[in-house]
Design a protein around this ligand. Structure first.
Ligand SMILES: Nc1ncnc2c1ncn2[C@@H]1O[C@H](COP(=O)(O)OP(=O)(O)OP(=O)(O)O)[C@@H](O)[C@H]1O
Length: 252
C-alpha cells in the first residue's frame, strides 16, 4: 500500500462560537482520490482551507510526507507540494492560456520572478507550464486569451495552473460546479487521471462523479466526520444514508 502523502490529525477550526471543523482526521495516499462530501455548511471548504494553509487550525496537526506543516502558510505549503483550486475562478482573463499556466509555474520556482532570472530557470518554467497544459488537454489553446474559452475550458485551465506548481497533493474545491453534462464528464475523466503519482483530495457535490472516481470517501456533517472508508462501505452506512445520501437521492 502506498504511503500517506497527507495526514490530518484532529483538525479543528472555530469561528467565534461556531465549530466549522471539529476533530477531523483523514489521510490521502499516493495514487488515490479521497473525496469529501457533505451537505452545505458541513465544513468541507474550511477543511480544504486548513489543508492548503489559507486558514490556521484552532486544533490538530497536518503532516505532508511525514513533515509537520501545521504552522506554515499557503505559499510554503504550495512550495512543499500542496496545490489547490478554488471554488471561484482564479484565472487572469486577459492573459493567454499559456501565460496563466506560466504564472502559476513561477510560484513554486524560487527566483523565477527575479529580473535577472536565468535562461535555464525560464526554460524550466516554460516546460512545466506546457506539460501542465498538455496534461489537461489544452496544449492547442496556449495562445488563446483565457476569457475567450468556455467555462469548462477555464476550469481545465485552473487545474493546469495547479499542476504547473508540481504538486504531490492536489486539493480540488468543487471543480464541477456550474458545468454542463458534457463538460462535467470531461472534467471527471481529467480528475481521475490526476492521481497517477499524486494524491487528490476532492470536495464535490456531484455524487455520480464522486462515486465513479473516488477511491475513499469521507462524509462530513456539522463540521464532523460522520463516516469514512471505501465508497461501497460509506454508501451502505445507515448513518450516512439518513444524514445525507438519502436526502440527496430524494432530491435527484
Ligand atoms: N470565515 C468564516 N467566518 C465565519 N464562519 C465561517 C467562515 N467560513 C465558514 N464559516 C461557517 O463554517 C461552516 C462551514 O462552512 P464551509 O464553507 O466550510 O462548509 P461547506 O461544507 O464547504 O459548505 P458548501 O458545500 O456550501 O460550500 C458554515 O456554518 C459557515 O457559515
Amino acid at each position: 500500500m502506498s504511503a500517506d502523502i497527507l495526514e490530518a490529525r484532529g483538525l479543528g477550526k472555530r469561528f467565534g462560537g461556531l465549530a466549522a471543523c471539529s476533530d477531523v482526521s483523514l489521510s490521502v495516499r499516493e495514487g488515490e482520490i479521497h473525496a469529501v462530501i457533505g451537505p452545505n455548511g458541513a465544513g468541507k471548504s474550511t477543511l480544504i482551507n486548513l489543508l492548503s494553509g489559507d486558514l490556521r487550525p484552532t486544533d490538530g496537526t497536518i503532516l505532508l510526507d511525514g513533515r509537520d506543516v501545521t504552522a506554515s502558510g499557503p505559499h510554503q505549503r504550495c512550495q512543499g507540494g500542496i496545490g489547490r483550486s478554488y471554488q471561484k475562478t482564479t484565472i487572469f482573463p486577459e492573459r493567454t492560456v499559456f501565460d496563466n499556466a506560466r504564472l502559476a509555474a513561477q510560484a513554486t520556482r524560487p527566483g523565477a520572478l527575479a529580473m535577472r532570472c536565468d535562461g535555464k530557470r525560464r526554460a524550466a518554467v516554460r516546460e512545466a507550464a506546457l506539460a501542465a497544459l498538455a496534461e489537461v488537454g489544452l496544449e492547442g489553446r496556449a495562445d488563446t486569451p483565457a476569457r475567450a474559452m468556455s467555462h469548462g475550458e477555464q476550469r481545465q485551465l485552473e487545474v493546469a495552473m495547479v499542476l504547473a506548481t508540481a504538486p504531490r497533493l492536489v486539493l480540488l474545491d468543487e471543480p464541477l460546479a456550474g458545468m454542463g453534462h458534457a463538460e462535467a464528464r470531461r472534467m471527471t475523466g481529467l480528475i481521475a487521471s490526476l492521481k497517477a503519482g499524486r494524491g487528490v483530495l476532492l470536495v464535490e457535490h456531484d455524487m455520480d462523479a464522486v462515486f465513479a472516481i473516488a477511491d475513499r470517501l469521507t462524509v462530513m456533517a456539522d463540521g464532523k466526520v460522520i463516516a469514512s472508508g471505501t465508497v461501497e462501505a460509506v454508501r451502505r452506512d445507515p448513518v450516512v444514508r439518513a444524514a445525507y445520501l438519502g436526502e440527496a437521492e430524494e432530491v435527484a
